[in-house]
Write a protein that binds this ligand. Structure first.
Ligand code: ACO
Length: 353
């Protein structure tokens, strides 16, 4: 069976850092509280007002395509997972498509809060498995600083801005996304939401005064939900595929809180060297956390590695995937080389079914 394999990764990190020390001068908090309760030390903030999630997503996507030496014009589909699109419409995917010059691609944005990347990965894989598409660029991009209230210590210490992208292509050799479990439960919507700005409460003086344009979170409730839901789906994916903890090379968890990650890893029987953790550097970058981990660990990953990804977020949404890594070192074609002619021919044949 044809699977969808990740063949390149890319990222964009804004240059400006917001450290815990910086936050000490903004709200009633301490570096010690933030580090011990969340594991976060600093996060990146995109301060340029003229740039937002579409810009970051474009840069991350550009880097992934460059690593694969793929001409953007050869791309079939662009999916952008985000809760902070530049605008309600048109989609970030359209902006990325134009900025990259991906002239043949269609695309759309996907909204599943912090689970967006995992939901997007399964969606992208289905498109490739259908046989109709041969290249999907999946981007997770969020400018969380645009919906964060920097007077609310409960939330402002948690989030950061970033984007990361993966390129997915067909694989017939047993690599790629092999299984997934996705869930949502709308009963939990109130614990993590942005109340204003949508069609229910369009922007008004009242929504602004009540700070409804900022993310709102009941941290304790989300924490309780996350600790069990997160590990449940990761374990389900492992069990369904007969994976023991020793079989898992890396667990790639959504980076929302170090304590939630550690609890899940412990339940799954994983050692520290099996868990990707970079929350101390970037905070919770929502849709970018998992692909950012893949970028940071790319040079360590080897073809055939078993990887379990898991995320949870507002909605509630949660899910996990089982991925067999498809390359040893970045699969870069010789500089300047165009994709093989036969690949192009195959793509044309597929698209004319
Ligand atoms: N600095 C100092 N004190 C703080 C801060 C802060 N930054 N934030 C909260 N506190 C205080 C609270 O006011 C509270 O004080 P009180 O007892 O006097 O009321 C006390 O610390 C303890 O608060 P808790 O909420 O119980 O702290 P907790 O240990 O639960 O940590 C946290 C809070 C970090 C938010 C945690 O609950 C958490 O991580 N929750 C899950 C968050 C998450 O994963 N969200 C998913 C996002 S994904 C998406 O879809 C966007």
């Amino acid at each position: 069976m044809t699977r969808a394999a990740i063949t390149a990764v890319g990222r964009y990190l804004p240059p400006d850092r917001l450290t815990n020390k910086d936050l000490e001068s903004m709200v009633d908090t301490t570096d010690e509280w933030i580090r011990t309760r969340t594991g976060i030390q600093e996060r990146r903030i995109l301060r340029d007002r003229g740039k937002a999630s579409a810009f970051m997503g474009t840069e991350a996507g550009r880097q992934a395509l460059k690593k694969r030496d793929m001409d953007p014009a050869d791309l079939d589909v662009i999916i952008v997972a985000t809760v902070t699109p530049d605008m309600f419409f048109p989609s970030n995917a359209c902006q990325v498509q134009a900025a990259l010059g991906a002239t043949r691609a269609w695309g759309f944005d996907l909204s599943a809060a912090c689970s967006g990347f995992v939901f997007g990965l399964c969606t992208a894989a289905s498109l490739i498995e259908s046989g109709r598409y041969r290249s999907v660029l999946l981007i997770g991009s969020d400018k969380m600083s645009s919906i964060t209230d920097y007077t609310d210590r409960n939330t402002c210490v948690l989030f950061g801005d970033a984007a990361a992208a993966v390129l997915l292509e067909p694989d017939d050799s047993g690599h790629g996304l092999l299984d997934h479990v996705l869930r949502c439960d709308g009963e939990g919507w109130e614990a993590l939401c942005m109340l204003g700005g949508g069609s229910l409460r369009p922007p008004s003086h009242e929504t602004l005064a009540k700070k409804m344009h900022f993310l709102h979170q009941d941290g304790r409730t989300v924490y309780r939900f996350a600790v069990s839901a997160f590990a449940d789906v990761a374990e389900e994916v492992m069990m369904r595929n007969g994976l023991t903890s020793e079989d898992v090379r890396y667990f790639v968890p959504h980076q929302a809180n170090r304590r939630i990650i550690d609890a899940a890893a412990q339940r799954m029987g994983l050692g520290a060297d099996q868990v990707m953790v970079n929350i101390h550097r970037y905070g919770n970058t929502t849709n970018a956390t998992i692909p950012l981990c893949l970028c940071d660990w790319e040079s360590e990953l080897q073809k055939g590695d078993n990887i379990v990804l898991a995320a949870f977020g507002g909605g509630y949404t949660w899910g996990a995937g089982y991925l067999k890594w498809a390359y040893d070192t970045p699969a870069v074609r010789p500089q300047g080389a165009k994709p093989a002619l036969e690949q192009k021919a195959a793509r044309l044949a597929v698209n004319t079914i």
